[in-house]
Write a protein that binds this ligand. Structure first.
Ligand SMILES: [Zn+2]
Length: 68
């Protein structure tokens, strides 16, 4: 059996973000609370997605905290 479509990819999109009190543990830049969206695609067809919130660093993009 040959599997032609093993191209599952996951994409994270930041839909919106706003500054929040706190700083990054890596670079000490400002943190912001972001509305994230994860989209899983299988051969270019989105089959799963969810939105969630996370605290991310605006400078280096590190995830400081996530709410799932
Ligand atoms: Zn940072």
């Amino acid at each position: 059996m040959v599997y032609l479509c093993l191209l599952v990819n996951e994409k994270r999109i930041i839909r919106r973000s706003k500054p929040v009190a706190g700083s990054c543990s890596r670079c000490s830049s400002g943190a912001s609370v972001a509305e994230m969206e994860t989209v899983m695609r299988f051969c270019c067809i989105p089959f799963y997605w969810k939105s969630w919130k996370a605290i991310v660093c605006t400078f280096c993009g590190a995830f400081l905290k996530s709410y799932r």
